[in-house]
Design a binder for this molecule. Structure first.
Ligand SMILES: Cc1cc2nc3c(=O)[nH]c(=O)nc-3n(C[C@H](O)[C@H](O)[C@H](O)COP(=O)(O)OP(=O)(O)OC[C@H]3O[C@@H](n4cnc5c(N)ncnc54)[C@H](O)[C@@H]3O)c2cc1C
Length: 519
């Protein structure tokens, strides 16, 4: 069996794992990052899109708020191209208590969050679709963040420092020698081949799956509770500013404009299995009602798709009692030290946290590893810039259109919704070395607009087929898999225009292409 050697094995290629790989490789460690699927296909690729200002936590969880306040500033500096400076509003709707606004402002003051109360008329001028019945409004520095760009930027940065990134490699066992973890057995999910990784240290950044991973080392009962939340993408930007209900965190209280859509979310419900989280009809209905509260007429807008993600909520009495890290018992994130908790060395688990605090989480985890190794290797991720963000310019919504206008006369447009030209698509297909169209979707947002792939994905499949080494059967399989994945997110929310779109897509793929029987 093939085997690889490394200083550090990072399990989980979400935002946390990518941040950890970037951090550890910058500190000079040799790193292998593995994920059972594509990067950011777990919770990170199913989140709400909000770069928190911290406002959501100022009253209930000031430590989390302070972390967001600080990391919001750092991320704007280091991954500027992934962030849109939408700004945010906290609004007191007719159903909320106006007095909460005072507690909110007091919390902002204590956590150094720059917030300001503005008049309701000013808020309505900023966002004309907002509920005209709002009673108070406060501005905060919220933003939206493109997770796929962020994660790939960090991963590519790690690669430039020698890290190896193994997507579609599932950890199927951890190797334990004596009282230490010495690596893992992986299975290549595309070929079925197995290989061993011998690692000096293993960092478990597998989010809601963290307890499943450490169980492979015989460690039981790590308290990671999967907390399910659903979100719905509407087909355009109903608002251009992040809109939060000014109340204690509740369901459906944030509307985030991200790229070409706006996303309402979310819920929070305990899930038995992080891989079994289908959105229910009741959840969808409740979320649309919540949208109405912020933007009247919300239900009449076109809903594109619904999806769910799972928060890795950390509730571990054993680790808390051991006091291995003060964060272990906080509501923010927790480094689980398996020496202190379970008597197993060379293994640490990260749990909890938010996408906004990914850099800090990575720093805390790699710092803890350095302490165990007795090595003094300072963290540099507050300043280091991963690839694609070098010019320090924040993303702006018109940038794809501006780029497109320059090449309009001489380049074929493949995805009209997301303005993806043929050369960018071909370049990405070659760079990603994948035949899976859903991987290309994550890299480029291919097929993520109103037609959900109806007009672009057969073109993309043809282009994929024309590229070196991809036969017709592989291309057809890829097309069918893509359509199946899109369908999963569409069917729970099919009404109005999107239902008509789904029928049209069906005619194209079943009626014209007979997609079931393509070679
Ligand atoms: C509904 C919802 C909305 C949210 N909205 C926001 C928001 O707006 N802003 C914000 O800052 N935060 C938000 N969060 C929190 C944020 O999304 C998460 O904290 C963050 O994405 C977690 O990242 P992660 O890398 O720790 O986990 P993940 O992204 O889940 O990564 C874990 C990875 O481990 C991999 N894995 C699992 N098992 C194995 C195995 N056996 N072998 C190999 N790999 C494996 C998975 O495939 C996965 O990719 C939200 C969370 C939820 C659930």
């Amino acid at each position: 069996m093939a085997s690889l050697e490394t200083d550090v094995l990072v399990i989980g290629g979400g935002a946390t794992g990518a941040g950890v790989a970037w951090d550890a490789s910058l500190r000079g460690f040799d790193v292998i990052l593995v994920d059972r699927a594509d990067l950011a296909e777990g919770t990170s690729g199913r989140f709400h899109g909000l770069l928190h200002s911290g406002g959501r936590y100022v009253v209930k969880d000031p430590v989390a708020a302070e972390e967001c306040v600080a990391e919001n500033v750092v991320l704007r500096r280091i991954v500027a191209d992934c962030i849109e400076d939408t700004g945010g509003l906290f609004v007191v709707t007719p159903d909320d208590d106006p007095a909460y606004g005072d507690a909110f402002m007091e919390g902002c003051r204590k956590t150094n969050l720059p917030a300001e109360e503005i008049g309701v008329d000013a808020a309505l001028r900023m966002e004309p679709r907002l509920n005209p019945g709002i009673k108070r409004a406060f501005t905060v520095p919220d933003g939206s963040i493109d997770v796929w760009k962020t994660v790939w930027s960090l991963a590519r940065g790690a690669q430039q420092h020698g890290a190896r990134i193994l997507t579609y490699h599932r950890v199927i066992d951890l190797h334990v020698e004596g009282d230490a973890v010495t690596g893992a057995r992986l299975r290549n999910e595309r070929t079925g081949e197995e290989l061993d990784v011998n690692a000096g240290f293993t960092l478990n950044a597998s989010g809601a799956w963290a307890a499943q991973i450490v169980k492979m080392a015989g460690i039981e009962g790590v308290g990671v509770i999967p907390g399910k939340g659903i979100m719905i993408a509407m087909n355009h930007r109903l608002v251009n500013t992040v809109i939060n209900r000014c109340t204690l965190p509740a369901d459906g209280d944030i509307l985030v404009p991200i790229r070409t859509v706006s996303v309402i979310g979310t819920t929070d419900e305990r899930a038995a299995d992080p891989d079994d989280i289908p959105p229910t009809q009741e959840e969808v209905d409740a979320m649309l009602d919540d949208g109405e509260r912020l933007v009247p007429g919300f239900r009449e807008a076109r809903a594109l798709r619904v999806w769910a993600g799972v928060r890795p909520l950390f509730q571990d009495e054993k680790a808390g009692a051991a006091e291995v890290d003060t964060r272990d018992v906080s509501r923010t994130h927790a480094v689980v030290d398996h020496v202190a908790r379970d008597g197993i060395g060379r293994l640490l688990t990260m749990s909890g946290g938010k996408l906004t605090t990914l850099r800090l989480m990575a720093q805390d985890l790699v710092d803890a590893m350095c302490r165990q190794l007795g090595e003094d290797r300072p963290c540099t991720t507050e300043e280091a810039i991963p690839p694609g963000n070098e010019d320090g310019e924040l993303y702006s919504i018109g940038s794809r259109l501006r780029a497109r206008e320059k090449t309009m006369q001489d380049e074929q447009l493949i995805c009209e919704c997301e303005l993806i030209g043929r050369s960018k698509l071909e370049e990405t297909m070659r760079r990603r070395e994948t035949t899976i169209l859903d991987d290309i979707r994550r890299s480029l947002r291919l097929g993520m607009g109103p037609c959900q792939g109806g007009f672009c994905i057969y073109r993309a499949t043809g282009i994929e087929h024309g590229l070196d080494g991809i036969d017709a059967a592989t291309a057809s399989d890829s097309l069918r898999d893509f359509l199946q994945e899109r369908w999963k997110g569409m069917w729970p929310i099919l009404y109005g225009d999107q239902l008509r779109q789904a029928r049209l897509d069906d005619w194209i793929f079943q009626g014209l292409l007979d997609v079931e029987h393509l070679p």
